[in-house]
Design a binder for this molecule. Structure first.
Ligand code: CP
Length: 309
């Protein structure tokens, strides 16, 4: 599969999962398969700018690891207090500097639309590593890779999304992508954290099969994948509203008896209490596998965007 087809991603921005066609997604997943246990030095002359305006463990470090595995160097920051932004420099000027220092920009920012703004300003490709509650397209590629690896296919699966569907950007990106693979999607959210109307409209316009419920146990037997998310406390304007929903759902080992025996339990992480640690040692655990697969997928993304596959 590796080097099999012409690279359609060369010099492209990846801002939303909707920027990618189904064929392009499959292309990236195939490249990731080829690179999973293989570290050719494809990028020895490349510099990756890693700009994290918001905290991250997995996304930042797996991009970092992917870049280094392929021989690239990484520059950037994970704390704006150490940059001239702290002195009042604008976002625009920051991007206009960094595009001259690097061959690709990976950016995470708390504000929706920031990655697109960076792409509009930059002559080098920009990869969105999460913009507010909007999109997290590279996490979606990691999620699809993990589903394909664990379930053996992507087509026609029934996938339940449980948790904070309002602010959870990984849900917004993954639901769109699963629509390309004829998924049946079930949204399961506490009151007030339902999937926003704009995303439901988008799914409707693409004739994606979905339903909504507040009762997980009503649908648990139908699910091939259960994708759990953390309640995104940092995105609530009012802490009282957060407290009303905090801790309102939890998956534990005992509850898995209500699901298909081979249900894959996923989570983009970090988790709080929404998945009990007793699920970690079950065969259903998929979340640490997602985190591990992130390196292969991000190797494929960097090598493709930089035109080295
Ligand atoms: N899944 C994810 O985006 O994790 P981080 O916030 O740690 O990058």
């Amino acid at each position: 599969m590796f080097f099999a087809k012409k690279n359609p991603l060369k010099s492209r921005d990846i801002i939303s999962i909707n920027d990618l066609s189904k064929d392009e997604i499959i292309y990236l997943l195939q490249q990731a398969v080829g690179l999973e246990d293989y570290n050719p030095k494809l990028l020895p002359d490349k510099i990756i700018a890693s700009l994290f305006f918001e905290p991250s463990t997995r996304t930042r470090l797996s991009f970092d690891a992917a870049a280094k595995r392929l021989g690239a160097q990484v520059i950037g920051f994970d704390n704006i207090d150490t940059t001239s932004l702290k002195k009042g420099e604008s976002f625009k000027d920051t991007i206009k500097m960094i595009e001259q220092y690097a061959d690709v920009i990976v950016i995470r920012h708390p504000k929706e639309g920031s990655a697109q703004l960076a792409a509009d300003l930059s002559h080098v490709p920009v990869i969105n590593a999460g913009d507010g509650s909007n999109q997290h397209p590279t996490q979606t590629l990691v999620d699809l890779y993990t589903i394909k690896k664990e379930k053996g296919k992507l087509e026609g699966l029934t996938v339940g999304f449980l948790g904070d569907l309002k602010f959870g950007r990984t849900v917004h990106s993954l639901a769109s992508a699963l629509g390309l693979f004829n998924a049946n999607i079930v949204f399961i959210a506490p009151k007030g954290l339902e999937m926003p109307a704009e995303y439901l409209k988008e799914l409707q316009s693409k004739s994606v099969n979905f339903s909504q419920t507040a009762d997980l146990l009503n649908v648990s037997q139908t699910l091939d994948v259960l994708y759990v998310t953390r309640i995104q406390e940092e995105r609530f304007k009012n802490k009282k509203d957060y407290k009303k929903v905090a801790g309102s759902y939890q998956i534990n080992k005992e509850m898995l008896a209500n699901f298909k025996q081979d249900v894959l339990v996923m989570h983009p992480l970090p988790r709080l209490e929404e998945i009990n640690q007793d699920v970690d040692e079950t065969p259903n655990q998929g979340y640490f596998k997602q985190a591990g697969n992130a390196v292969a997928v991000r190797k494929a993304i960097l090598a493709s965007v930089l035109g080295r596959v």
